[in-house]
Design a protein around this ligand. Structure first.
Ligand code: SD4
Length: 334
């Protein structure tokens, strides 16, 4: 852990520890025993405003689930070029969106994949979780379900002129070959609330120029996001094929269950994948994580993978532990 990370972390956990000991000293304080500062972590620098909105939702009395949904919705309608309908089209010029949401209490999950024309796929995922006995809906069925439940829908086909403009700027990777980091981004956002409950969500337009119908890791429970209310949460961004074959966010959470810090848990999942993947450390994957005790961290094969961290005390963009063939045995910033 860098000094700065440690200082901020201590600031964050000292308050929680003080509250904890005050609670232990007096049964009258027991209502405060489980209270702590909320913690919000998301992928990339663009997650920071989403975190900040999520914090406001929590401070206004919303649940961690409400905060995840609202934070991700902000990105979905922000004009972001890799999240929501403003995101990257597939090889047929159509934006197909993936999203999932998980709620720690009750271990609930919902997801939509390959859905067109839904303005807020994260809300569709939440509705799948809350209103159906299912976990995942795909394609036209997911669109139909979202519309039936009153969500805003539009024509998912990219506007012809902007699609042509976007296409002209691309190096035109063959469908399924556009694996440069700049060709894809995603918001994964995970929250530990003041009661110690955890929730997470993920939303993306996925891999730019993907084969129509391709689904990435983002809507896969244990791929794009995983939440275990007893342990912590993790989220992923990068080339989904490298994540979903390994249930990698699940791995990160399991690593924390076995005692690793969030950063080490992320780094260990990457090392384990790199051991069997033909691309080794050249693959594109990045993880964020937080644990039940209020620690957080990130690691990625992208140099200086930026991620956003927000608490009532600070809101910043940090750098994840960099992993590459050169430094896979060395520590990064934690
Ligand atoms: C996907 N994992 O569809 C997503 C894209 C992403 O950084 O996260 N890009 O593969």
């Amino acid at each position: 852990m860098s000094d700065q990370t440690r200082r901020d972390f201590l600031k964050h956990t000292t308050a929680a520890a003080a509250t904890f000991s005050a609670g232990c000293a007096s049964t009258q304080s027991s209502a405060r025993l489980a209270k702590r500062d909320p913690l919000i972590v998301s992928t990339w620098g663009f997650g920071k405003p989403a975190n900040e909105l999520a914090l406001k939702v929590l401070q206004g009395g919303g649940s961690a689930l409400d905060a995840v949904e609202q934070g991700v919705r902000l990105m979905e309608s922000s004009g972001n070029t890799s999240v929501g309908l403003s995101g990257k089209p597939n090889a047929a010029g159509v934006v197909q969106l993936d999203a999932c949401i998980m709620n720690g209490p009750g271990h609930q999950a919902g997801s939509v994949a390959g859905v067109e024309g839904v303005v807020h796929p994260i809300s569709a995922a939440r509705l799948v979780m809350e209103k159906t006995p299912h976990v995942m809906l795909v394609g036209p069925g997911a669109h139909w379900f979202a519309e039936q439940n009153g969500l805003e829908v539009r024509d998912g086909q990219a506007d012809e002129a902007s699609y042509r403009e976007w296409l002209a700027k691309q190096k035109k990777p063959a469908p399924g070959k556009g694996d440069k980091p700049e060709n894809h981004d995603t918001i994964a956002l995970i929250i530990l609330d003041t009661d110690g409950n955890i929730a997470g969500g993920c939303s993306t337009s996925g891999w730019s120029g993907k084969v129509p119908g391709r689904v990435g890791d983002s809507p896969i429970i244990g791929g794009g996001v995983y939440v275990d209310n007893e342990v912590g949460a993790a989220g992923a961004t990068g080339l989904g094929e490298n994540v979903m074959r390994y249930c990698a966010s699940y791995q990160v959470v399991e690593n924390m269950r076995h005692g690793m810090s969030p950063t080490e848990a992320c780094a260990e999942a990457i090392r384990r994948i790199a051991k069997t993947d033909p691309q080794g450390m050249d693959l594109s994957i990045n993880f964020i994580a937080l644990n039940k005790g209020g620690e957080f961290g990130a690691a990625g094969t992208q140099a200086n993978f930026p991620y956003s961290v927000t608490t009532p005390a600070f809101s910043e963009i940090r750098k994840g532990q960099p992993l590459s063939s050169a430094n896979q045995k060395e520590g990064g910033n934690e």
